[in-house]
Design a protein around this ligand. Sequence first.
Ligand code: UD1
Ligand code: CA
Length: 476
Amino acid sequence: MDLHIVVLAAGKGTRMKSALPKVLHRVAGTPMIEYVLATAASLRPETTTVVVGYGADLVKAAFSNHGGIAFVVQEPQLGTAHALLATELVLRGRSGNVMVLSGDVPLLTRNTLKMLRERHETTRAAASIITALMDQPNGYGRIVRSGERIAKIVEDRDATPVERQIREVNSGIYAFALDGLFDGLRGIAATNAQEEYYLPDLVAAYKRRGLVVETVTVPHADEIRGINSRVELAEASRVVRRQKNCDLMAAGVSIEDPATTYISVDVQVGPDTVIHPGVTLEGRTVVGAACEIHSGVRIADSRIGDDVTVYDHSIITESTVASHARIGPFAHLRNAADIRERARVGNFVEVKKTVLGAGSKSMHLAYLGDATIGTDVNIGAGTITCNYDGVKKNPTVIEDGAFIGSDSQLVAPVTVGKGAYVGTGATIREDVPPGALAVSAGKQRNIEGWVEEKKARSKGRSVAGSRGHRGGGSKD
Ligand code: UD1
Ligand code: CA
């Protein structure tokens, strides 16, 4: 039977107290509606329609690159039944069933939806609803049963004290036969505490007409939790993170303290990698096998090879680190930094749009930007590629085996040839030929007895008043 999916996502999410539409708030780093759409897509429906309203343009823009999604604008937002009615234009003339998901219920699993679909199809129900038992059902619609069968759903605000005791709640996830659905929705009135058109009211209406309404009760309430507040957002993030960490540990990754390890759903980590406390791995990051990621490290949208050690408090974004490299502590790799095999980047080194060739080292206090650095190069402490001339960024090339002395400035565009040496404290403005030594500082001069003389001078001054020359600068 044809399956269509509708995701309700038009509400403002008043309880979030946010300018951002609720469904774009992130659960463990990913907008909550993305979870819903990914689960929906896994069922391979005929059509997927998202009902947007509050912040419609923002929500649409966030999914501009997702193919196959139709958007319907619900304006104004008069409740969940009114929202589903807005899809009539898209679904008119279609047959089969429509599964209604909620943009704010991100943890729902594919398995549960498959169960819903199966139950709905085999019983030929007009409506089927996913329910769960909750210890604290406050805020949810309650499932009122008459005997075994569902009789109606009553919203928290409209419930009597007795109904409020019911622990079985409506997940807000339903399957409906398309046949007669929109006429049914038009029959719903907004006579309730919120003066909204409630989709759950369809249950009682269908029952009155003798139609079959089924329920599927999930064993774990966690997956159907709706997110209405920032507290619930944080709780959902914790659930997702815990699950991700468990999956990785099951696949052979050591996570020393799962409670403080934040790994986004799309991240991959190879076996025998050890992750210390307080690490964040985000976006499309891939970490290889047998790596060691120390405390306080953040890696986003980056690829890390095998046997890589990243020492404490390093930040790596949109970059690549090849196998057997060592990074940090306190290193900053960003914007297409490309660290090749066995290379080493030490503390307080920033690398941007730069290739650091195999076996090359930059161990202390450097800025390497827009540079192409060959293999087995040594970059001394305090080296700076002066890549920016105030107008544009210029490239620096350092060829294989070169040695850059400490505290050097390489004023780009400039090339240091193969095996060349740059003397300590040099300012390199012109290319250095292969095998050459470049020095730019003047010859050192020692002024014997200068300190004693200075002392004598200042004594004379304090006696004779404030005469004499000032300051003991290096130009003296
Ligand atoms: C809803 C259900 C409640 C259920 C709970 C489960 C209703 C009336 N109540 O309550 O029985 O226990 O979900 O999480 O349906 N939306 C629109 N247009 C609107 C109003 C809402 O698209 O006019 C969307 C929202 O963006 C949201 C979803 O529908 O994604 C649910 O709306 P929400 O206001 O969160 O309903 P709840 O009060 O949580
Ligand atoms: Ca909700």
